[in-house]
Write a protein that binds this ligand. Sequence first.
Ligand code: TYD
Ligand code: MG
Length: 491
Amino acid sequence: MSKTRIKSIYQCQQCEAESPQYLGRCPECQSWNTLLEKKVEVAKPGATQTTSTKRFTLDDLATPQLLQDIRLTDDMLRYSSGYPELDRVLGGGFIPGAYLLFGGDPGIGKSTLMLQVAQHVANSGKTVLYVAGEESPLQIKMRADRLGLQGNRILVFPETNIYNIMEEIKTSRPEMVIIDSIQAIYDPDLTGTPGNASQVKECAGKLMGIAKALQVTILLVGHVTKEGTVSGPKLLEHTVDGVLYFEGEKFRSLRILRTVKNRFGSTNEIGIFEMGESGLTEVTNPSELFLSESSYRNDPGSVIVTTMEGNRPLLVEIQALVGFSTYPSPRRVANGVDVSRLHQIIAVLERRLGLDFSKHDVYVNVVGGLRIQEPAADLGIALALVTSSHETAIKPKTVITGEIGLTGEVRPVSHYDARISEAEKLGFETIVLPKMRKPPEKASLHGIRRIEIGSLMEALTHCLDQKRRLPQDKVRSEEVVTGDESHAAFH
Ligand code: TYD
Ligand code: MG
């Protein structure tokens, strides 16, 4: 007689709370109509506890061993993805047994990246199993042709049943498995359609087991869903060894690979790619991509700032447009910078310099589609706002760096040398930096002119291009409300 019986429970697809009976509203997260039936195996009363029968076991492979006895073999050494940009983000390449998630919006280029990586790994003599859950082998072949890939040593497996996938991994023993995508894979033992929370979790859990047991690198592709990534990558973040997000705007070619978790390396690094006619290419000198001829001119409202992405300095152009508003409450639009940061900078400009933006719409944009996360761009944003509202400009070939404090002081930033070198390398003549208590040792070695400033006021005094200032009578009085200090700076 069987010692177990099958029982129905109801699980919320949003928060995974369970209930013994069907409820219209989840008692945990209060979502409506999210409970789905799930069959579970439970022990009959009095029976000794048994684990559920599994179709696939790894018993022979998983045994405890002494840590001191575990040997790192050559096989465990990292191997390259073929792309230094990706290798750096991974912390030096792939590791056998690593279980990684590549998330991103649909259409951003995840499958393209996976196929390109697959070919590079295959070219190094490894076998790659490409599990196609969403596309037919023919579609994948067409993509490979477009990318100019041969497809040798890449096994394309159109399958969505998790057990068949696991059997195939066990049989063909590839070094790398790509699951495109995890939301398409299902476990026939569970109710619920592929992509729902319990299906995704269950299938991902099974794949993790196999990655570790067979020391195979498994890459999961996961779509970010509109509703806050519920059954997507967020759900898996704690399960996997690393989470990489592929970001960018669909109608722009720039793609950024960002890590939010990495058990094998830093989460600071980003990889920059460009999507072209024949796939993704690495951008090895990103600053060049973000700057144009006009960036060196510094038109009104345009400022070049330094920003660190991991350990890499980038020069990017910030543009601002300040114009008279016809809205009852003026607009504040920030693309690529945090809008609350923009509000803070505007508040400091109003309070410390006496400028008035209360009747003006403010638009700020980071050229090239990059998102700036560090506050070292503050001063640049502030100067872009000031030069736009006053139709003036900062001196040409000048790079601006500094965080602004609430009292209008300019605060020190990290990675001085790297920022200075990058500005110099790209042909800028002056870099404006926060005053340092102790200047970095290497700073004096640079040929570029350094202007060290301690406050917003000092920055304005030193940075504004005298030739570009308009006579006072040409500046519309509504646009410029000056206090004593700013008066001194501008007129
Ligand atoms: P894809 O890799 O299918 O995206 P995802 O798997 O993230 O959904 O890429 C889709 C987009 O990329 C599609 O709009 C076409 C574009 N693309 C190129 O621009 N160049 C290329 O070489 C390829 C293969 C795709
Ligand atoms: Mg895809």
